[in-house]
Design a protein. Structure first.
Length: 137
């Protein structure tokens, strides 16, 4: 998830070795980056809430390899209080209280980026979004 006025291109979310650069002010989701030392694991990223975004990849590494020819079911839950929970294949991998802002609208983005001559691709079978509505406003 990312706020609807910021796109991830332009180095707003970049892994390099063992660290992560979080230039985007509001984001939450999963990342795989070939520039990371552990370039096959899902990284659980966030920024913009009351908890500062983590930039040490080892601290947000889901320790779950994305394997060619196999699939993972990724699930991200963001609560109204800013708490985020990351699940991979039904297993809770991380919970962060205050991971995202409670006053910024977020949008869903599925993005593949190739930063070299290599061709990058992914198959996304479905995306589901559920939200409770506050009818009192």
């Amino acid at each position: 998830m990312n706020d609807d006025t910021t796109i991830l291109e332009g180095n707003n979310l970049v892994a390099s070795g063992t660290s992560l650069t979080l230039s985007a002010s509001d984001l939450c989701g999963f990342l795989i980056d070939a520039e990371a030392t552990d370039d096959e694991d899902w990284i659980m990223v966030y920024n913009g809430g009351t908890t500062s975004g983590e930039t040490t990849i080892a601290n947000i590494d889901a320790d779950n390899d994305a394997v060619a020819g196999e699939y993972d079911i990724l699930r991200l839950e963001v609560a109204i209080n800013g708490t985020a929970r990351w699940y991979i294949n039904g297993v809770l991998k991380q919970t962060v209280t205050g991971a995202v802002s409670t006053s910024t609208d977020l949008a869903v983005i599925a993005m593949i980026e190739a930063r070299s001559a290599a061709i990058e691709y992914a198959w996304i079978d479905y995306i589901a979004i559920e939200a409770n509505r506050d009818w009192t406003e």
